[in-house]
Design a protein around this ligand. Structure first.
Ligand SMILES: Cc1ncc(COP(=O)(O)O)c(C=O)c1O
Length: 381
């Protein structure tokens, strides 16, 4: 039996073979601890980490490479950004604004922060999943210390007006964090141009390894220092203790370089494929709806609501041919309706009739995918 076509690139991507090649020497040859700089083994590892930091900082448009803090992924980066900023700036205020469609790595962290005294306001989104700037502006109070709005949504692909939100935050002296786990490597991001103070990312979303990521922490106008949320050897300027994952960090830098270089071509190919799949499905089933913003969106995400088709039944029916998911595959299995789909106005029933196709480098012919889906839909309906 052939492997099913992988259509879950919003959940994770395979490691690019070129990235793997670059990582391999750092397991068994250059295996020193990057913090053991008294000897050559450690120095070589540190050099590799320094180079990776420079690469990532350059791609992100940082002022200094030291603005990149390595973590285990976007979940940890979001925790560090939100908890670290709250504890650091708590004396200035306790109010945090975020959006209703954030990933659980943000929403659950904000929920936790309430127990430390934070007051949280979640801004609603419109039917395309876009945060309303007027509502956001109105929500700002004199004790607002932090705004956190994701760059692009993991379920419906909508990209937020990040530069404008950043400008608003800047004008009020509020720290702006964005969870860019879905966007980095897929969209051009320049942290200073976009008025971003803190930005979270994960390598496995752009063909790098799992379990490694980072947080951009602005060092200039304003200089931001975060309170650490874990304690130990004082690595990463005291913001994130723990021995660095050298192979992972090397792989993350290489995968980001490649993703950025190939982004334009890849995005136009995937945008075309997503549009074609949708059109072909709609020709047979005109009531199928596409979710998310029609233009400001991730090219590789296709969220579809198929009336009268239980998403789980369709996934099960096609499991030997296609690997795709319902709503969000980023969290452990939940039976509640997706908070993102609810926030854009879908009914409970519609949320359970929604599938997410995450296209990617290995995604082949759109017609083949559409044919498989059409066959599945006609059987499940
Ligand atoms: C928007 C967003 N934020 C955060 C995460 C968490 O990333 P990780 O599981 O790599 O920590 C994900 C994906 O799972 C995501 O899509």
């Amino acid at each position: 039996m052939e492997n099913p076509i992988y259509l879950d690139h919003n959940a994770t991507t395979p490691v690019d073979r070129r990235v793997l090649e670059k990582m391999l020497p750092y397991f068994c040859v250059v295996y020193g601890n990057a913090a053991s700089i008294d000897h050559l083994h450690g120095n070589k590892a540190k050099q590799a980490v320094d180079e990776a930091r420079q690469t990532i900082a350059k791609v992100l448009g940082c002022r200094k490479e030291s603005e990149i803090v390595f973590t285990s992924g976007a979940t940890e980066s979001n925790n560090l950004a939100l908890i670290g900023a709250f504890r650091r700036f708590r004396d200035k205020g306790n109010h945090i604004i975020s959006s209703a469609i954030e990933h659980p790595a943000v929403l659950d962290t904000l929920n936790y922060l309430q127990s430390e005294g934070a007051e949280i306001t979640l801004i609603p989104v419109d039917s395309n999943g876009v945060v309303d700037l007027v509502t956001l502006k109105k929500a700002i109070k004199k004790d607002t210390i932090l705004i956190s709005v994701m760059f692009a949504n993991n379920e419906i692909g909508t990209i937020q007006p990040i530069k404008e939100i950043g400008a608003l935050a800047k004008s009020k002296g509020i720290i702006f964090h964005t969870d860019a786990a879905q966007a980095l490597g897929h969209e051009k991001i320049s942290v200073y141009e976009m008025n971003i103070d803190l930005l979270s990312f994960s390598a496995h979303k752009f063909y790098g390894p799992k379990g490694v990521g980072g947080l951009f922490v602005r060092s200039y106008s304003p200089l931001i220092k975060l309170s650490p949320i874990s304690f130990g050897g004082g690595h990463e300027k005291g913001m994130r203790s723990g021995t660095l994952n050298v192979p992972g960090i090397v792989g993350m830098a290489e995968s980001l370089l490649l993703a950025n270089k190939e982004m334009k071509e890849e995005n136009s190919r995937l945008r075309e494929a997503a549009n074609l799949i949708f059109q072909l499905l709609q020709q047979s089933f005109p009531d199928i709806k596409r979710n998310g913003h029609p233009q400001n969106r991730l090219a590789h995400n296709l969220s579809l609501t198929i009336p009268s088709v239980e998403a789980k039944a369709l996934i099960h029916r096609l499991k030997n041919k296609l690997s795709f998911s319902t709503g969000s595959a980023c969290s452990t299995i939940k039976v509640e309706p997706s908070h993102v789909l609810k926030a854009i106005g879908l009914s409970d029933d519609e949320t359970f009739q929604t599938i997410r196709l995450g296209l990617g480098r290995s995604t082949g012919d759109a017609q083949t995918i559409a044919d498989i889906l059409l066959d599945g839909i006609s059987h499940v309906r």
